[in-house]
Design a protein around this ligand. Structure first.
Ligand SMILES: CCCCCCCCCCCCC[C@H](O)CC(=O)SCCNC(=O)CCNC(=O)[C@H](O)C(C)(C)COP(=O)(O)OP(=O)(O)OC[C@H]1O[C@@H](n2cnc3c(N)ncnc32)[C@H](O)[C@@H]1OP(=O)(O)O
Length: 718
């Protein structure tokens, strides 16, 4: 709702009241309409101030309402009514003015903001555009280039930057509301014509077409198939070239198209998934809201390779005092050089003069004896990690949390090596660890709820999307990646080329196909893991079946040929030299594949893009269903957040589990059955029991899956 009060000095104060962000729900819009009406009719009112309750102006349209039929007064005429008032209206922007919230403020005659308030039009991140006049008013106020930047990226700006761009009239470090109330009294009677943005011409440079064309090319490249950024440029072109009323019609037309696109649904789902994963639950019943966490202020990182360096920087950026330990002298001296520079650069990128935390370097484990939490980031080798955990257990204070940055090793085994198994948990970061948003928090069978809560909380402080997952080989993300990469290798055996598979996946929206990605991370990473698992190495028969299931030795043979990816200048592609970045097709790979197929009597066939996509994605999705079935992820949102934030799954496709729902669960099942019939020896193609149950239950919407899983588990059907 919105409240109306008449204050001394004849100022009407309209307060938006819808915690926590005062979103413009139907009730709030109805409240504003009534309050505006009273302001018009009451002769005692000489000016109006609009603010939000609890120091937050407005977080925009109520996103939850997008899922149902539209009701309540529409926003566009409401904002026009405010703009048309002949009494001055001032927006007092504290906390945030986002989306429809900023559009409401743009309809006011003046805007006064706190210096730290967040302003922006983030609709594009929800698959939409600012459709309450935002695409038409902002370029009239701030100019076309600034509007293009803000609307196509959706980035938030501070009150201070908003002042520089001319979006607000004044900023303050004090109370924006108090200043706005005083200001409103002082401007009674001033002419308002020049303050009504919809009546002003668009502020455009002379070469509009050139600017828009260049921008469109950039936006299309960045969008990777997302519709909204492109539509935003379309709406801004209308603002620059058409009268306001026609521009507004174009804005609405584009909004209708976006609104009804699957992409908007996917992006709104992704918005809520990100928040759902913060509300974690464990199979024991421990949850985010019934478990207390400890506040950590001192931490240690053991091992200063690429991951360890990134983790140390991420901890310091979160305000922690960090002890960074490396026993190899050369690596330690490199880290001493690199880490402070990384920290300074990243602090700068976040608008900070210096990082809030500090990092000290040392070479002895004894130096971590006093910290509250340790993260080991040594080489991915179980024997090495076990030895380290034993040492840490002896060296650290009894209540220090011991965390492993493993990408798939058994957390229970590590916990068992210590005297404090309840304080052991996995923290699986993604490289570069100070930049990538995802953190898998791996809960062992003995990890205490307080340990999980503390690490989830720490992840949040580090700006990560932390997802609590169960302890199984590869956890969630890498476990699903395995059948996906396996399928890609099988496709090569059957006739595809790496660049063909990659093209299909990149057209789907991944920033990199599976083979380009493998070249980037290094083919030896998986090779080492397969050797440790006894799948390859001296004495292992070079057959296409290993340990009772189909196996492709292709990646092993690439490694044996010294083709480890970008680092050796040769992998699935060729590069300009070791460390080269630009991938080019390599005729060597074609010859290598031809010889391989000949050796194994495999006839190469032409494989359609559809089959490539289905086999890669559906095997990954099927593993996701198995993970849900095993209780290794609490819900589909957890898996989807992991894939969007850690594995480059295109956000406008929601995540793999959401995508399965969009395609239709029955169709995914049918396709898996089809491919399983063709490849009966490929276990990951065998449809999961959960997928079958969901289809049998009529393919309920994704929001209902948790309920079904819980019910089926109680009745031991899964
Ligand atoms: C048939 C054809 C129909 C065509 C329709 C055409 C319609 C035409 C007219 C449309 C008018 C369009 C108006 C406008 O242009 C559209 C919009 O405004 S879209 C919304 C834009 N706003 C945003 O994107 C902001 C989203 N929110 C955030 O970024 C963050 O939440 C925040 C505001 C920065 C706050 O962050 P935090 O403090 O960290 O808090 P949380 O993120 O955890 O959020 C707390 C809580 O609030 C919920 N929430 C936040 N924002 C909204 C929102 N806008 N609507 C609803 N709910 C919101 C969030 O989910 C959390 O909830 P909880 O998890 O606690 O339940």
């Amino acid at each position: 709702m919105a409240t109306f009060s008449l204050l001394p000095g004849s100022v009407a104060l309209i307060t938006l009241t819808n915690p926590p962000v005062n979103a413009l729900s139907a009730a709030v819009r109805a409240g504003i309409v009534q309050a505006v009406q009273r302001s018009v009719e009451d002769p005692k009112v000489k000016s109006v101030v609009i603010c939000g309750q609890n120091g937050r102006f407005c977080g925009g349209a109520d996103i939850r309402e997008f899922a149902g039929p539209m009701s309540g007064p529409p926003l566009v005429p409401l904002i026009h009514a405010i703009e048309a008032l002949d009494k001055p209206v001032v927006a007092a922007i504290e906390g945030l003015a986002l989306g429809g919230g900023l559009e409401l403020a743009l309809g006011c005659h003046y805007r006064i903001a706190h210096t730290t308030a967040l302003l922006g039009l983030p609709e594009v991140t929800l698959g939409l555009l600012p459709a309450a006049g935002g695409t038409q008013r902002l370029p009239r106020l701030a100019g076309l280039p600034a509007a293009l930047d803000l609307i196509t990226t959706g980035r938030h700006i501070s009150g201070t930057e908003a002042l520089e761009l001319g979006i607000v009239d004044q900023v303050t470090d004090g109370s924006a509301l108090d200043i706005a109330l005083e200001f409103a009294k002082s401007i009674v009677g001033r002419p308002l014509n020049t303050r009504r943005l919809s009546t002003l011409p668009c502020r455009c440079p002379t070469d509009i077409d050139n600017l828009l064309d260049r921008f469109m090319v950039q936006v299309r490249q960045r969008a990777r198939g997302a519709l909204a950024p492109v539509a935003c440029v379309g709406a801004l072109r209308a603002a620059a070239t058409l009268p306001y009323a026609q521009g507004l019609r174009k804005e609405r037309e584009l909004m209708d198209t976006l609104f009804n696109s699957g992409q908007a649904r996917a992006l709104q789902y992704a918005f809520f998934s990100q928040r759902v994963v913060g509300k974690w639950t464990l199979p024991s019943g421990a949850r985010w809201d019934n478990t207390t966490s400890r506040t950590i202020s001192t931490a240690a990182v053991i091992g200063l390779g690429t991951m360890g360096r990134g983790i140390a920087v991420a901890l310091a950026l979160a305000g922690m005092s960090v002890v960074a330990v490396e026993t190899q002298e050369k690596q330690l001296s490199e880290a001493r050089q690199m880490v402070p520079a990384m920290l300074q650069r990243e602090a700068g990128r976040r608008g900070l003069d210096t990082a809030p935390g500090v990092i000290s370097f040392c070479s002895s484990l004894q130096d971590v004896s006093e910290v509250e939490l340790v993260i080991e980031a040594v080489f991915e080798d179980m024997a090495l990690k076990l030895q380290l955990f034993r040492q840490l257990s002896a060296v650290c204070k009894p209540d220090t949390l011991l965390c492993s940055n493993t990408s798939g090793l058994d957390i229970d085994q590590l916990a068992a090596a210590t005297q404090r198994p309840g304080l052991v948990v996995g923290m699986h970061f993604f490289a570069p660890a100070h930049i990538m948003k995802l953190l898998e928090v791996v809960c062992g069978t003995r990890s205490s709820p307080e340990t999980v809560a503390t690490v989830m909380q720490l992840g949040k402080r580090m700006g990560k999307v932390s997802v609590a997952v169960g302890n199984c080989p590869g956890f969630v993300g890498n476990r699903m990646l395995k059948p996906y990469t396996e399928q890609a290798n099988f496709l090569l055996e059957e006739g595809a080329m790496p660049e063909q598979v990659d093209k299909v996946l990149e057209e789907f929206g991944f920033p990199m196909g599976v083979f380009r990605m493998s070249d980037l991370s290094g083919l030896d990473v998986g090779w080492r893991i397969r050797k440790a698992a006894g799948l390859t190495g001296p004495g292992v028969e070079p057959t296409r079946t290993r340990q009772g299931r189909r196996y492709s030795p292709l990646p092993d043979q690439m490694c044996e040929a010294g083709r480890l990816g970008q680092k050796t200048g040769r992998g699935w592609y060729q590069y300009d030299g070791p460390g080269g970045r630009v991938a080019r097709s390599d005729p060597w790979v074609q010859t290598f594949l031809d010889a391989y197929r000949a050796r194994h009597n495999l006839a190469a066939r032409v494989i359609a893009a559809e089959e490539i996509l289905e086999r890669c994605l559906y095997s990954l999705i099927n593993e996701g269903f198995k993970i849900l079935q095993d209780g290794m992820a609490a819900g589909p949102e957890d898996i989807d957040a992991i894939y969007v934030f850690g594995y480059g799954w295109p956000r406008h496709r929601g995540g793999p589990m959401f995508h399965a729902g969009q395609v239709g669960l029955a169709r995914v099942l049918e396709k898996l059955e089809h491919y399983q019939q063709l490849h009966p020896d490929v276990a990951p193609m065998k449809p999961s029991m959960l997928l079958r149950r969901l289809v049998a239950a009529g393919s309920p919407p994704i929001q209902k899956w948790r309920e079904l899983i819980h019910r089926e588990r109680v009745h031991s059907q899964l």
